[in-house]
Structure formats: structure tokens, C-alpha cells
Write a protein that binds this ligand. Structure first.
Ligand SMILES: Nc1ncnc2c1ncn2[C@@H]1O[C@H](COP(=O)(O)OP(=O)(O)O)[C@@H](O)[C@H]1O
Ligand SMILES: [Mg+2]
Length: 249
């Protein structure tokens, strides 16, 4: 479905020197599967998602979607071919309501569908449809609204960048149910979820570990658990400030 061939990407750092962010990424994603991309902060996960969406240009390498070379296509052209990306830190649009942005994301969608997807991401349509997408909303709310936009658009390849960020534990369960029902075993769709979440990782068909700009591991969650266990345990410890809140299996 999606094939990344020898992707290299560099960005000019503050001191003016080019920094290699992605270093020869080769990956293939199949239709009908749910993938996780995980790995340490700064490893290149978001950069890879932005390269797929066309926001960052690789310095080398090719991207193929269903056999077509899309390496030189714009963001809009890639969106028309069914690729969608939910930002790690979604932009806010002051002056637009949630109803407006859902309408822009999917002009054909019925109001009933807008309401359904808002409810699916845990937001009551009566409370949210007319609210402004400005600073009055929390980071978690903004992320859920962006997820509703993606689901409403019905894309063939959806990339979610840390959808769990700013979302409380109860909603994570809802998020998992939504990801499973929308993407798991859906033969027409592929989802890539960038995540550190120990509950989301096991629901994915395959996990890819990106570290220092390279693919450091790839396999089922049990196969690559040894590569990510320390980081996830550490993250859980950070959340509870030194106390282990529950054991990780
Ligand atoms: N626009 C940018 N300008 C400068 N450095 C960037 C930019 N985007 C990413 N980087 C750098 O690239 C590296 C990888 O970042 P990122 O892809 O966000 O990692 P991850 O999502 O795995 O945490 C980091 O060192 C980050 O600082
Ligand atoms: Mg990131």
C-alpha cells in the first residue's frame, strides 16, 4: 500500500549545520493493517509522518502509494489520494467553530455524522459544535476534534501522531475502541499510530521502532517488547512521579 524506499532527511539546525533526522528508512505498510511507530523522543517519528504527508521533503529516497511514485506530490495531492495526518500538536483556528472545521474536513458529511464522530471521540455535540477552536479548548480536546475530522473524512491511510497525548485514562479506552473498530481488520484502510502508550501498542498488528533516524526494530508487540519496555516503564513512572501505579506485563 505504502512503500518508503531509502528515505533520508536533513534539517538545518540552529548553528546552521545540516542535521540528519532520517537515515535510510525502508518500510512497507500493507492495506488492512494497524501499525504502531514508537521509540525515544527525538528519534524521528514525527518527521517520518511529515515526510509521508509531504510536509517535509526528503533529501533522498522515494515514496510509493499503491505503486504510484508520490515523492514529488504536494500535501493537497497526497490528501486527495487518501493520506491524512493528525498532528502531534494540532493547530488552533481562532474564529472557526468546531462545526466549521468538521464541515471543511468533510463538506459532504451530514450533521448527523458530525455528531456521531464527536460523540465517538468522547465530546458531546451539544456542548462542542458551536465552540470556538481557539485557546479556550484544552490540548486533549483539540486532539480529539482533529481525530473526529480524520474519521469523518474516511481516508485510506491515516497517521495519528500520539493521539493519547493529553487524553485521560478513561478516554484512552474509548480511543482504543475507536481505532480498533475503524481500522483493525478493515481491508480498505491502513492506520499508522505514533504512540508510547502501553495499551495502544498491543492492539497494533505490527510495531516499528524508530531510533536516531533509523528503523531499530520491527515485529509484533511481544517480539519487540524488550526494545521499548524500559522507555514505557519510565514514562509510567514519570506520570506517577516515582511510584509505579501498575505493573506492566
Ligand atoms: N522543524 C524542525 N527544525 C529543527 N529541528 C527539527 C525540526 N523537526 C524535527 N527536528 C529535529 O529532528 C529530530 C527528530 O524530531 P521528531 O521527528 O519530532 O522526533 P520524535 O517525533 O520521534 O520525537 C529532533 O532532534 C528534532 O529536534
Ligand atoms: Mg513526535
Amino acid at each position: 500500500m505504502l512503500k518508503l524506499e531509502n528515505i533520508w532527511m536533513q534539517i538545518a539546525s540552529d548553528n546552521g549545520e545540516d542535521k540528519e533526522i532520517l537515515r535510510g528508512i525502508n518500510l512497507q505498510f500493507e492495506q488492512g493493517k494497524l501499525y504502531a511507530i514508537t521509540g525515544p523522543n527525538g528519534g524521528g517519528k514525527t518527521s517520518l509522518a511529515k515526510v509521508i504527508m509531504g510536509i517535509y521533503q526528503p533529501s533522498q529516497g522515494k515514496i510509493y502509494l499503491n505503486g504510484e511514485d508520490i515523492s514529488d506530490l504536494s500535501i493537497t495531492e497526497r490528501a486527495h489520494r487518501g493520506i491524512a495526518y493528525a498532528f502531534q500538536a494540532p493547530p488552533r483556528f481562532k474564529g472557526l467553530t468546531i462545526k466549521d472545521v468538521l464541515g471543511i474536513a468533510a463538506p459532504q458529511a451530514e450533521p448527523l455524522q458530525q455528531r456521531k464522530y464527536l460523540r465517538d471521540v468522547g465530546l458531546c455535540p451539544e456542548d462542542y459544535l458551536d465552540r470556538d477552536l481557539g485557546p479556550g479548548l484544552s490540548g486533549g480536546e483539540i486532539k480529539r476534534i482533529e481525530m473526529a475530522q480524520l474519521l469523518l473524512r474516511d481516508n485510506s491511510l491515516a497517521i495519528f501522531d500520539e493521539p493519547e497525548a493529553g487524553v485521560d485514562l478513561w478516554t484512552i479506552q474509548k480511543l482504543i475502541t475507536l481505532l480498533v473498530s475503524s481500522y483493525k481488520n478493515n481491508p480498505d484502510k491502513t492506520a499508522i499510530i505514533i504512540t508510547h502508550n502501553e495499551k495502544i501498542l498491543p492492539i497494533c498488528d505490527e510495531i516499528i521502532v524508530i531510533e536516531e533516524g533509523v528503523v531499530a526494530g520491527r515485529g509484533s508487540s511481544s517480539e519487540i517488547w524488550h526494545l521499548i519496555k524500559d522507555e514505557i516503564e519510565c514514562k509510567v513512572r514519570n506520570q506517577c512521579q516515582g511510584e509505579m501505579i501498575y505493573e506492566i506485563k
